[in-house]
Design a protein around this ligand. Structure first.
Ligand code: GLU
Length: 449
């Protein structure tokens, strides 16, 4: 499905297709942004004259490297590493590293492109970048993960730094991986440069609330969308796809706000627990024991495990896709609407297909796209950088209040931008235009670089 675009923007988009063959997720992310920018170019002709959109679509730098490592049997393994330094108009490149077998350049470029606008929306001084590898952490021993991370950092260290590019986690990269990469960076550079990575452990420069931030932030964003409709999470039945870091802390915050999460999932299947998901159990299985979600029903006999099931078939009033890209399609969206879903907040990056997004927008569902709704993670990374720069560490309560305030501001800015550009209540238009304008103004100010 494609919507009509401004003619000049369609030409830009066709050029992106030609220059980046086969990178379908990247094409999708670019199209979704360009579709909403026609009215912005009409208001700011200087953006057109300076070719800001053409420039913003082209990463400033793309690095691809070999990552050799040895597995526990002594066999040599080769993976591919990526870092796309997309846009540094607002600050050092900032964005996570994804370790997953599906990773290729097109995935990293889609994520990096989204990251530019997401980071701009936080209002903090961070540019956009993303990286990762096709390494699959699933089933690997702790030693294998460590050797891989060390090899990955041996190459990546040339390109990063606290004022240059500051990676963090994403799918497959959590506290353990950040720890191994930080250790290797420190060893190779002989520098204790805390601000070079975020998502660090609390013992060596990490920030309280960073672990919870993406899920908490996405929930705060939905809370704001519901408040506009004079509504709240209290008593709402919710579903949260995934069972990784984002899903876990989304469930936690929804429960704190009085909602009830009845389902979560992993790539093998879905857990449906109509008494409400037992989060301590999910944390034990996923964070401590690194097991699959199907084991949940061993401990909670009343719950159902649906192998290969589709979580969006379970009726809910609030849906929070928090697993991965394109996990919710047009049919799923139609079913959610039919079953009474009134709000959707994306904890994952681009989890809804263009067809799905259109269904939500047409049905006037409160639909918070990832680049706004899940910006709390990277925003708290920027707060971690602030603490590192001042050699300070803030309390949980203070940091969470900062996060809540940032999410409130993002929501307000998206709301205002949507209204200004004639699309009241459309957070897709709001997020794209508000994020884009901030970056574009800085690019104009910096001249042709
Ligand atoms: N990977 C996260 C995201 O998609 C966080 C990035 C960061 O903290 O730098 O925004």
């Amino acid at each position: 499905m494609t919507t009509k675009m401004d003619v000049k923007l369609e030409t830009v988009y066709q050029d992106v297709l030609k220059r980046n063959p086969g990178e379908v997720e990247f094409h999708q992310a670019v199209r979704e942004v360009l579709e909403t920018l026609g009215p912005v170019l009409a208001k700011y002709p200087e953006f057109r004259d300076r070719k800001i959109i053409e420039r913003i679509c082209e990463p400033e730098r793309q690095i691809i490297f070999r990552v050799p490592w040895q597995d526990d049997r002594g066999e040599v393994q080769i993976n591919r590493g990526f870092r796309v330094q997309y846009n540094s108009s607002l600050g050092p490149y900032k964005g996570g590293l994804r370790f997953h077998p599906s990773v290729y350049l097109g995935i990293i470029k889609f994520l990096g492109f989204e990251q530019i606008f997401k980071n701009a929306l936080t209002g903090l001084p961070i540019g956009g970048g993303k990286g990762g590898s096709d390494f699959d952490p699933k089933g690997k021993s702790d030693n294998e993960v460590m050797r891989f991370c060390q090899s990955f950092m041996t190459e990546l260290m040339r390109y990063i730094g606290e004022h240059t590019d500051v990676p963090a986690g994403d799918i497959g990269v959590g506290g353990r991986e950040i720890g191994y990469m930080f250790g290797q960076y420190k060893r190779l550079t002989s520098r204790y440069e805390a601000g070079v990575l975020t998502g660090k452990g609390l013992d060596y420069g990490g920030s309280l609330v960073r672990t919870e931030a993406t899920g908490y932030g996405a929930t705060f964003f939905v809370k704001e969308m519901l408040e506009v409709r004079k509504d709240s999470f209290a008593g709402k039945t919710c579903t949260v796809s995934g069972s990784g870091n984002v899903a876990i802390y989304t469930i936690e915050k929804i429960h704190q706000l009085g909602g009830k999460v009845v389902a979560c999932s992993d790539s093998n299947g879905v857990i449906h627990d109509d008494k409400g998901i037992d989060l301590d159990l999910v944390k034990q299985l996923k964070e401590v024991e690194r097991r699959r979600i199907k084991d949940y029903v061993e401990y909670r006999k009343h719950a159902r495990y649906l192998p290969g099931g589709n979580i969006w078939e379970i009726p809910c009033q609030v849906a929070m896709p928090s697993a991965t890209q394109n996990e919710l399609n047009g049919k799923d969206a139609a079913l959610l609407v039919k079953n009474g879903c009134i709000a959707v907040g994306e904890g994952a990056n681009m989890p809804t297909t263009p067809e799905g997004a259109k269904v939500f927008l047409d049905a006037k569902v409160a639909y918070g796209p990832g680049k706004a709704a899940n910006a709390g993670g990277v925003a708290t990374s920027a707060l971690e950088m602030q603490q590192n720069a001042s050699r300070d560490s803030w309390t949980f309560d203070y940091t969470e209040k900062r996060l809540a305030n940032i999410m409130k501001n993002i929501h307000q800015n998206c709301w205002d931008a949507a209204e200004e550009f004639g699309a009241k209540g459309n957070y897709v238009v709001g997020a794209n235009t508000a994020g884009f304008i901030r970056v574009a103004k800085a690019m104009v100010a910096h001249g042709l670089i």
